[in-house]
Write a protein that binds this ligand. Structure first.
Ligand code: MG
Ligand code: MG
Length: 265
């Protein structure tokens, strides 16, 4: 079922979104060689609870973390634990929180010290594709307009893998709702984009093949070829003025105006 939220409900989702956005910025600052993923997880849980939220991943189908911490060839759903970050790693941090019953969900990929230039570029392409998805979204458009924009941008930047088995989703009083938001596909398909719809858009991009494998822990998704992966995610909604990125601290204003200036000229 697609859940259409009132303006007041979207305002509540913004509270959850800001808490998630703050938590990820806190983690970004804490990522360093020698830090364990369990330490990052503890920081996230403390921050979410202090902010009046509840970690939404913790206990979700038995998941044991507040965050997903996916390192290097791990794409998504890595379980926080004793693994210690090393110089040259990249880590994807996915975080969700519930405030007053409403969810926010976002993810960033962060370098640990210096990483190879091709990995820096992989992260840039992945994050940028997500923003291209937001700018393709219009009230009255279709969900796959976003998918198409994400894919088109990634394909325009090189021979990257776009993970197909996982994607974005509707979000509201549950973390995962209809509709599914693919990171590839033809535009003009799927449910209509309308006010009150909130979607998490989350491209997962790999350096080479998009093929994935599930580790025996039954959570961690890795690249089948062992190459690095990146994952970015924001929760957004549409207003009369355009996208409002609920998990971005500035609502997406800076990046969206930059894109509006560069893509219209
Ligand atoms: Mg997420
Ligand atoms: Mg998500």
């Amino acid at each position: 079922m697609i859940q259409i939220k009132t303006e007041a409900e979207i305002a509540l989702m913004r509270k959850a979104g800001v808490l998630v956005g703050e938590t990820l910025e806190l983690l970004r600052g804490a990522v360093a060689p020698g830090v364990s993923t369990a330490e990052l997880d503890a920081l996230a849980e403390e921050h979410i609870r202090k902010g009046g939220g509840v970690p939404s991943f913790l206990g979700y189908h038995g998941f044991t973390g507040t965050i997903c911490a996916s390192v290097n060839d791990e794409i998504v759903h890595g379980i926080p634990g004793p693994r210690v970050l090393a110089q040259g790693d990249v880590i994807s941090l996915d975080c969700g929180a519930i405030v007053d019953g409403w969810h926010g969900d976002a993810a960033i990929t962060v370098p640990v010290g210096d990483v190879p230039a091709e990995v820096t570029e992989l992260m840039r392409v992945c994050e940028e594709s997500m923003w291209r998805g937001f700018t393709a979204a219009r009230i009255g458009g279709r969900v796959s307009d976003i998918s198409h924009a994400v894919e088109s941008y990634i394909r325009s930047q090189g021979d990257y893998g776009i993970v197909e088995e996982y994607g974005g989703h509707g979000i509201g009083t549950e973390m995962h709702q209809e509709p599914h938001v693919l990171n590839y596909g033809r535009p003009g398909r799927g449910p209509k984009l309308q006010r009150g719809l909130a979607l998490a858009v989350e491209p997962m991009v790999t350096l080479r093949s998009p093929a994935t494998r599930l580790l025996p822990d039954n959570w961690t998704v890795v690249t089948a070829d062992g190459a690095s992966a990146a994952h970015f995610e924001h929760t957004f909604t549409l207003t009369e003025k355009g996208p409002w990125v609920l998990t971005a601290l500035d609502g997406g204003a800076a990046k969206l105006s930059e894109l509006a200036a560069t893509t219209s000229s």
